[in-house]
Design a protein around this ligand. Structure first.
Ligand SMILES: *Cc1c(COP(=O)(O)O)cnc(C)c1O
Length: 409
């Protein structure tokens, strides 16, 4: 009989969101008239910017004409998109990134997982706790961990706790780790990293020959002018960091699908024979073999993000969600809760009142206010005692949810 990848059996079978769904539906069955508001999921709610829609309509017309029809595109993505990304997102911030170092993809989630294809199986891996679960689960699937304990920690991973005490930025480890996942602005805590903190990581990575996998999916939400948007704003990062970016959260592309990964040509890691190999070559080989590019239509839609109208429209979207986050912060603070994040990120990270557990707080909110959030413990053991509230919803729903919480909690 054929055998399976047994590593999949180590995964906690999609525990968090199914369990939320189960509790919400049990409650809804018992209370069919309760008007439930969901502030749990990390998905955008507002429609696609007009500039992107117009560009995609035009691109469909291109596809309907023999002269402008496009078949397979370049595996790295069209140069006109990569050049705009480099000019607006990197060079405008003083980052030395070349269009040839950009790889367009159909999502950062996939890229974060797929990147493991080009790394050895013997690397030691560090993640923050709490963490975006994709970093952990993809390493479990690749066989880079042992089994999971009762707290949901996998043997063999290095967990770096982030909490109010360290401003949700991990302490640099004493021991050597080879791959480090960092996500700023952070999902789930909404925290950001200062230039100094990222410089410490880059210095650490350079001195240990480690690689930082930097997830900047939420960079567009940064409002503080001193906070870096890219790891390449940090001196030395070209020698130790890969950056993931996405159009999902800035331009509402979660259902449209377009993202990018930056692999500097200066980045190397060691082969079994001790030689240094350029990671760009491996990732290019990997993408050319296992990926055939993002649709021309979608890339035209992403390109329109950089038009004057597109820039204005995405700024509008982001300020809309950030205003939601501000309302959430202010109302929860007024209700006596301690809140973090939500200033440079669409997530507000709430400390549960009176030290109750994340799941007890989830039940309390659901039953008393019919508001659904995400228990912090679902993002890792150190998320216990916290709760994530997302700003991705309509203004009416956010205001109504906060009204109920202030009145009932
Ligand atoms: C939403 C999100 C992404 C983006 O994923 P896509 O696959 O590009 O939609 C990446 N990283 C984090 C932490 C996210 O929350």
């Amino acid at each position: 009989m054929a055998t399976i990848n047994d590593n999949y059996l180590k995964l906690k079978a999609g525990y968090l969101f199914p369990e939320i769904g189960r509790r919400v539906s049990t409650f809804a069955e018992a209370n069919p008239d309760a008007p439930i508001i969901k502030l749990g999921i990390g998905d955008v709610t507002e429609p696609l910017p007009e500039a992107c829609r117009n560009a995609m309509v035009k691109a469909i017309d291109d596809m309907g004409n023999r002269d402008s029809f496009k078949g397979y595109g370049p595996e790295q993505g069209y140069a006109w998109l990569r050049e705009k990304i480099v000019a607006h997102d990197f060079q405008a911030r003083g980052c030395e990134v070349d269009a040839g170092e950009i790889f367009i993809s159909d999502g950062s989630k996939c890229d974060c997982g797929n990147i493991l294809d080009i790394f050895g199986d013997d690397n030691t891996i560090a993640v923050t706790d709490p963490v975006y679960p994709v970093y952990v689960d993809t390493n479990v699937m690749a066989g880079h961990t042992g089994p999971c304990n009762d707290q949901g920690e996998y043997e063999g991973l290095t967990y770096l706790p982030i909490n109010a005490g360290n401003h949700f930025t991990a302490q640099i480890p004493n021991q050597k780790v080879d791959l480090i996942y960092l996500c700023f602005p952070n999902n789930p805590t909404g925290a950001v990293a200062t230039k100094n903190h990222l410089q410490d990581w880059v210095n650490y990575a350079k001195s240990h020959g480690s690689i930082i996998l930097f997830d900047a999916a939420y960079e567009a939400y940064i409002t503080d002018p001193d906070i870096p948007h890219s790891i390449y704003e940090i001196e030395g990062a070209r020698d130790c960091a890969i950056e993931f970016r996405s159009f999902s959260k800035n331009a509402g592309f979660t259902g449209t699908r377009c993202a990018l990964t930056v692999v500097p040509k200066t980045l190397t890691a060691q082969a079994a024979d001790g030689s240094e190999v350029e990671l760009w070559k491996l990732w290019n080989r990997r993408q050319s073999t296992k990926f055939n590019g993002v649709s021309y239509i979608v890339q035209r839609g992403a390109e329109a993000v950089y038009s004057e109208a597109g820039q204005a429209q995405i700024k509008g979207l982001i300020s809309f969600y950030l205003e939601n986050a501000k309302i959430i912060r202010e109302k929860l603070t007024a209700a006596g809760l301690q809140v973090f994040g939500g200033v440079n990120a669409p997530y507000v990270w709430v400390q549960t009142p009176n030290g109750i557990s994340s799941w007890d707080f989830f039940d309390q909110l659901l039953h008393k206010t019919h508001v659904v959030g995400t228990p912090g413990s679902g993002f890792g053991a150190a998320g216990e005692g916290y709760f994530r509230i997302s700003a991705f919803n309509s203004r009416t729903n956010v205001e109504e949810a906060m009204q109920r919480i202030t009145a009932n909690l």
